[in-house]
Design a protein around this ligand. Structure first.
Ligand SMILES: NC(=O)C1=CN([C@@H]2O[C@H](COP(=O)(O)OP(=O)(O)OC[C@H]3O[C@@H](n4cnc5c(N)ncnc54)[C@H](O)[C@@H]3O)[C@@H](O)[C@H]2O)C=CC1
Ligand SMILES: O=C(O)CCC(=O)C(=O)O
Length: 385
């Protein structure tokens, strides 16, 4: 029986992919083989040795100590693109809310009384006159699963779209509307946009991507949309821009106590991926991936280990995670040879500092062999499935 611990609400459709004859959702982390998580902060959590996989039912993995888990051979999965449409739709909503002053208009109406209501509305509506999106420029920072969808949807609304992503994938480039202008750098994007939307992961290189230097080049009154992570926007630059009006609106999915009441701020409670569809898509994708890893050792959409898949072709499968350094395969196969084990089929792949091997064998595999494999310098984990 595999034991799964959930650290957040995981959609029932996802959990139903783990059949109850073979899977149990447990209360105690100490018993778990795998963890399913959304936004819970896992940095302070010490995972027990029993946990071999973490499935993030979402895109961002900055809430997970990925580098530390890699050293323990724990495979971290996410669900790339599974919630991208939900975020795209909220970005479109936030552009419309900002451009038509809907946030202020709604609170104006909710403060009205029945007395002279119609006259008051007709007299006051000029306070909320807005702009149309068509013809305005949207800058998209990060053209991955979400950014590409946002850029294409904005083009369909008649906007001019300029994008920046130094590491764009070939798939992303194929999916992006050919009308989207490629910015030569962030400054060009910042200087020419009426709306700027951020869709990058929070990494050391993206922390404070929007800072005082960026503020000095933006168009006055620009709308910033942050559905990425709080750390992407430098707090001092943000406050300065909001107070002097260079930032006309800041729409954020990551509210900060000192800014939630600021008249130029529209703060949402991290709602980007909160649709039934996205929650289901993410949970199903990540549950399937974790299941295939637990049962077959296959890896798909891991952020720390390479995608590695091999159809089952023999009696037993040995799964070895190791550091990506010379002579690891030589040492593994040597140990198998010493134990008289013939390899039926084998697959090796690497990703950054880590590598992973699936080794199918027809002979019986004893505990001594597994212990010897675990003893090889650079081996992170060994499993028999
Ligand atoms: N508000 C919410 O509920 C949600 C927020 N997110 C956030 O959005 C982020 C992006 O999500 P996806 O588009 O699904 O991820 P993705 O991995 O498909 O796309 C991220 C893109 O950012 C690009 N990038 C990285 N560094 C960059 C830089 N310095 N400048 C420009 N581009 C850069 C990458 O090349 C990649 O194409 C996630 O990491 C997460 O933090 C994602 C889903 C829901
Ligand atoms: O699960 C959620 O609601 C958060 C989604 C998110 O931020 C992400 O996928 O990166």
């Amino acid at each position: 029986m595999y034991k799964i611990k959930t650290l957040n609400n995981i959609s029932a459709s996802g959990l139903s992919r783990l059949p109850s004859e073979r899977y149990e959702i447990v209360d105690e982390l100490e018993q778990a083989d795998a963890v399913l998580v959304r936004s819970a902060d896992m940095h302070p959590i010490e995972l027990p040795k029993s946990v071999i996989a973490v499935g993030r039912a979402g895109a961002g993995t900055n809430n997970i100590p990925v580098a530390k888990l890699s050293k323990q051979g724990v495979v971290v999965f996410n669900a790339p693109g599974a919630n991208a449409n939900a975020v795209k739709e909220l970005v479109l909503a936030s552009m419309l809310i900002s451009a038509r002053n809907l946030h202020d208009a709604l609170s104006f109406v909710s403060g009205l009384t029945a007395d002279h209501m119609e006259e008051t509305i007709e007299a006051q509506k000029k306070r909320f006159v807005g702009n149309e999106l068509s013809g305005r420029t949207l800058g998209v920072v990060g053209l991955g699963a979400i950014g590409v969808r946002v850029a294409n949807a904005a083009r369909a609304l008649g906007m001019r779209v300029i994008g920046f992503d130094p590491h764009m994938t070939v798939e992303g480039a194929w999916a992006l509307s050919s009308d989207v202008i490629k910015a030569s750098g962030l400054n060009e994007l910042f200087a020419s946009s009426d709306f700027i939307s951020f869709h990058v992961p929070l990494l050391e290189g993206t922390r404070g991507l929007f800072n005082t230097a960026a503020l000095s080049v933006v168009k006055s009154g620009v709308t910033l949309m942050n559905f990425s992570r709080d750390g992407i926007i430098d707090p001092e630059a943000l406050k300065q821009g909001l107070n002097d009006g260079r930032i006309g609106r800041y729409v954020s999915d990551f509210p900060k106590a000192d800014l939630i009441k600021h008249p130029r701020v529209i703060a949402l409670p991290h709602l980007g991926a909160s649709t039934h569809e996205a929650e289901e898509n993410c949970a199903v994708m990540v549950a399937d991936q974790v299941r295939d890893y637990l049962e077959n050792g296959n890896i798909a959409n891991s952020v720390n280990f390479p995608s590695t898949r091999m159809a089952r072709g023999a009696r037993s499968r040995i799964c070895v995670a190791n550091l990506n350094k010379p002579n690891m395969i030589g040492q593994l196969t040597h140990v198998l040879g010493v134990h008289g084990i013939n390899i039926a089929q084998m697959h090796n792949a690497s990703k950054g500092e880590n590598a992973y091997n699936l080794v199918d064998v027809d002979d019986e595999v004893g505990i001594e062999l597994l212990t010897e494999l675990r003893g090889i310098d650079g081996v992170l984990s060994v499993r028999l499935v």
